[in-house]
Ligand binder design. Structure first.
Ligand code: UD1
Length: 396
């Protein structure tokens, strides 16, 4: 059997690494690694391949940046060609970035089976591009690999049949557990002492694309940095907006230390030795849960609620007052209890690969099993006309 595994943007790389490794260990299946090139800088891409010892991608589509439609379309065009030339039996996509949806769509329309890793996460916030990507990818994927049982429930609620859902655990945590010792041996940036600083990451469009919102956040964070120094590995989108909105100089005079995006090992090493984390990322909510580091998430919702119920995560939105009080509370608490979610044990990728290798022929028939939906009985035009006429008579 032939598989194409897709990696596109920074949060994908730690998810594909253990899947590549699991295929290598099982010594079965022919796997092609395709990088879409959505993220292309050394700091956002190549350094992760080096840190995580991911083999060089077999193909790179080199799509780069653009609007959502441009980026998604470019990936679809490039990936369709790759699928036509290579004719895989399965395409495996991970996470929720534009590349995830684009490759799932292109493959599915060519009749190729699609497996989605990290399926079923829902923030219910349709203003997040990632939520649209999650919903659409899950809707067309043949196999849905989930990180927790809440995700299974979300999928069932959307009518997904049991045989498509596989609760396997979290590939991002496979990577964390595999690399934590190496990460802890990385030096901390100068002047930082373990447990005496906070880590900040910020890149969601809802937080960084509006000048008033980003200004209010920066002011609150500067105030917080008087209590505990903050180190801020800055995402390119955020760095650009800080410059555009004239906020970089304000930050430079504060106790917030701006550094460029870090690669995987230095970032995990920094996070694991911090006192607390302030973030709007998805994956960091999960990593801090496993590391037992208090996580203050500057969003009003999360697609990963298990990190709040079992882990160290709390949601505070982007209101400065709520962020400040959460930080005060975290600094004054002795410690926050965390429990490891089920199957976040380092073996998720192996479970995924074992499902895929188990009985691919039976699996590829999954999509053909369809029951006839209610009211698909030939009466649709009559019903539509009746509803429209009824509306008309009500409004007149
Ligand atoms: C993307 C993902 C998001 C993920 C995030 C992690 C989507 C919809 N969003 O958001 O889910 O959490 O990655 O980083 O897919 N840029 C560079 N160098 C790069 C890549 C991007 O400078 O290597 C710049 C681009 O020019 C662009 C900005 O960063 O202006 C944003 O990049 P983009 O991939 O569009 O979205 P992210 O905000 O990174």
């Amino acid at each position: 059997m032939k598989y194409i595994l897709v990696a596109g943007a920074r949060p994908n790389f730690m998810k594909v690494a253990p899947i590549m490794e699991a295929f290598r260990v099982r010594e079965q299946g022919q796997v092609l690694l395709v990088h879409t090139g959505q993220h292309y800088d050394d700091k956002m891409s190549d350094n992760f391949f080096a840190d995580l010892q991911i083999p060089k991608p077999d193909l790179n589509l080199g799509v780069g940046s653009g609007s959502h439609a441009q980026q998604t379309a470019q990936v679809m065009i490039g990936f369709e060609e790759v699928c036509i030339e290579n004719r895989p039996d399965w395409v495996i996509v991970v996470g929720d970035v534009n590349s995830t949806l684009a490759c799932a769509l292109a493959a599915k329309k060519l009749g190729i089976c699609v497996a989605h890793v990290e399926a079923g996460l829902r923030s219910t916030d349709m203003s997040m591009p990632e939520e649209i990507n999650r919903l659409c990818t899950d809707a067309i994927s043949d196999l849905l690999f989930t990180t927790d049982k809440m995700a299974d429930e979300n999928l069932r609620r959307e009518g997904v049949s049991e045989e498509r859902i596989h609760f396997v655990g979290n590939t991002m945590i496979d990577t964390l557990l595999r690399n934590i010792d190496k990460a802890l041996s990385m030096p901390l940036p100068a002047e930082l002492k373990a447990r005496e600083y906070a880590v900040l990451t910020l890149h969601r469009p809802s937080n960084v694309d509006s000048k008033p919102k980003l200004t209010a956040l920066v002011e609150a964070l500067i105030e917080i940095s008087r209590l505990i120094p903050i180190v801020f590995p800055t995402h390119p989108r955020t760095r650009y907006n800080l410059q555009q909105f004239g906020l970089e100089d304000t930050l430079r005079d504060s106790q917030i230390k701006l550094i460029g995006p870090l690669s995987y090992l230095p970032f995990i090493g920094l996070t694991a030795r911090s006192r607390l984390v302030l973030t709007d990322s998805g994956g960091i909510q999960e990593e801090t849960t496993v590391l037992g580091i208090p996580c203050i998430t500057m969003r009003s919702n999360t697609e990963r609620p298990i990190t709040c119920t079992m882990g160290t995560n709390i949601l505070v939105g982007n209101e400065p007052e709520r962020i400040r009080s959460a930080v005060f509370a975290a600094l004054n608490a002795s410690s926050r209890k965390n429990t490891l979610p089920e199957k976040w044990d380092g073996n998720a990728a192996m479970r995924i690969v074992d499902v895929l290798l188990a009985d691919p022929t039976a699996l590829s028939e999954l999509t053909q099993k369809n029951a006839l939906p209610e009211k698909w009985n030939g009466d649709t035009p009559v019903q539509i006309v009746e509803v429209v006429l009824n509306e008309h008579s009500i409004s007149s």
